[in-house]
Design a protein around this ligand. Sequence first.
Ligand SMILES: *Cc1c(COP(=O)(O)O)cnc(C)c1O
Length: 391
Amino acid sequence: MRQWQQHLQQLCDADMFRQLRVIDGEQTTHVQLNGEGVLMLCSNNYLGLANHPAMIEAALRATRDYGVGSTGSRLISGSMRLHARFEERMASFKQTEAALLFNSGYAANTGILSSLLGPNDLIFSDEYNHASIIDGCRLSAARTVVYPHADVAALESLMIAEVKDRKGRWLIVTDGVFSMDGDCAPLAELCRLKDRYDSLLMVDDAHGTGVLGENGRGSSEAQGCLTEIDLQMGTLGKGLGGSGAYLAASRTIVDTLINRCRPFIFSTSLPPAIPAAAIAALDIVESQEGADLRQRLKENCLLFTRLLITGGCDIGVTTTQIVPIMTRTPAATMAAAGQLLDRGLFVQGIRPPTVADGACRLRATLMATHDPYELKTAAEAICRVVTKVSV
Ligand SMILES: *Cc1c(COP(=O)(O)O)cnc(C)c1O
């Protein structure tokens, strides 16, 4: 106990202590945070679907029809018609042979990588990949070569260096949209590399699903290579406003996972309300309403990033709804987040180990449902606060 207390004290002294903040009320762009009304600028509810009436209705109806819990793992008693229907729907959305529902993105990435790859295999992983991919690589026991962020030429050199001693399977794995910087992986070029070197390509589209591409099919649709990605993983808890994750892939890969993937096999499946809501989310995403929401999100991103740049903020290389505002040190980051909260703006500060030392930042995330006028006021406040704490 003493050691843990000392460790926590060290975290506090270094502005590195993390604590939970509790939200009340409906999840619109305004929420109650510890009892105070704030503008939400750090939610992954990009399209505002988390409290969409059609989603709520689908979840309620599924709960009435099937009950609350799923009563077992997928291979025992926990595969309901709704789980199967969602998987068919997701496969057709992503134009793959099959799809599989997972309890979370974390469970999906650790499970997929560890069941498909082993000690003889080689994984090429972008240096900014999500923690769940990093943990999946470790669990797989495959050798992992980390390549410089989004650098296709550097990746190709690393692949060439491995060719002569090649043994097992090769897999390139990348986030579609990088969760801390908001930039996109060069998927079309990665597709060319994976063909040239007989490798598989896995894309984690947690932040692109529903949001990017003409029909919301994600980063790969936006870059014109939807059908070339071998393993299309994504989550249901962000743009789709629900919970859980999916993999869309060939029948062989999905059947392999059903037979080998430990987080899939040894865990109670998601409540029936979750796949029901996810089907409703895909219906919205593919409708005119979905296209309108994506358009509004895009306009909000343009407005907000333009104001931040004009106001002197360093927002890195973002091209999406994830907008980092660089603050460098933990102390500046936490001071800025605190001052913004005092002004009714809820933006999270991001510190190591989530980002590298010296790369601390505020991380704002935008929603289609944000009012442009409120975003303007927020951007101006952020610029004032960030320039002040940075000097
Ligand atoms: C959020 C996220 C995950 C984890 O998904 P959960 O469903 O929240 O467990 C995985 N990968 C990326 C890139 C993410 O942003």
